[in-house]
Design a protein around this ligand. Sequence first.
Ligand SMILES: *[C@@H]1O[C@H](CO)[C@@H](O)[C@H](O)[C@H]1NC(C)=O
Length: 182
Amino acid sequence: MTNTFSSVLSSLVLAFILFVASSDATNKIVDISEICKTTVTPSFCSALLNSSPGGKDLVSLSQYIIDVDRANVTNTITLLKSLIPKSKDPKLTAHYKDCLDIYGEEGALGDVDDIQRAFKMKDYLGMNIHASALFDRGEDCISGEFPGQPGVHDPSLLPKYAFVVKQVTSIILVLSNDLRGA
Ligand SMILES: *[C@@H]1O[C@H](CO)[C@@H](O)[C@H](O)[C@H]1NC(C)=O
C-alpha cells in the first residue's frame, strides 16, 4: 500500500518535472532537418547544425550559428582587405571597396552585433529583423558580375565567401522565427 502510494507520488513528481521542463520550448531538442528545409541550402544547414559542439536546442544552436556568421563576415572583411591593395583592375578595386562597406562595421558586421544583442535580450522579433537586413545585403558581391559590363566577373573567392554568409544567415532567420513561436 505504502509502496503503491509512493510510486504514484513519484510518477506525479516526475510528470510535474517533465511538464515544467517542456513548458520552456527554447530548451527542447530540435528537429534539424525541419529547421533546415526552408534555408538557402538545406544540406549545408544540416551539416553545420549537426557539427555544433553544444546542445541541440534552439538557444544553443542560435548562439552557435551567430558565432559562425560573425566568423564568416570577419573572414569576408579580411579577404576584401587583402584583395583591395592587390587588385590591378580599377573596376575590381572599386567593387571590392563597395563590398567592404557592405560587410564592414556599418554593414554586415553591425548587423551581426545587432542580432547578438537582440538574441541576448530574448527580443526574437528584433533578432529576425536584423537577420533579414543582413540576408538582403551583398547580392552584387555574391554574383560578382558588374552591372552594365557584360562578361566582367569577379575571379576572387569573394562570391563564395559572401554566399556562405547568406546561407548561414538564412539559418538565423528560421531559428529566430522558431524562438518567437517557442
Ligand atoms: C565560416 O565559419 C566557419 C566556422 O568558423 C568555418 O569553419 C568556415 O570555414 C567559414 N567559411 C568561410 C567562407 O568563411
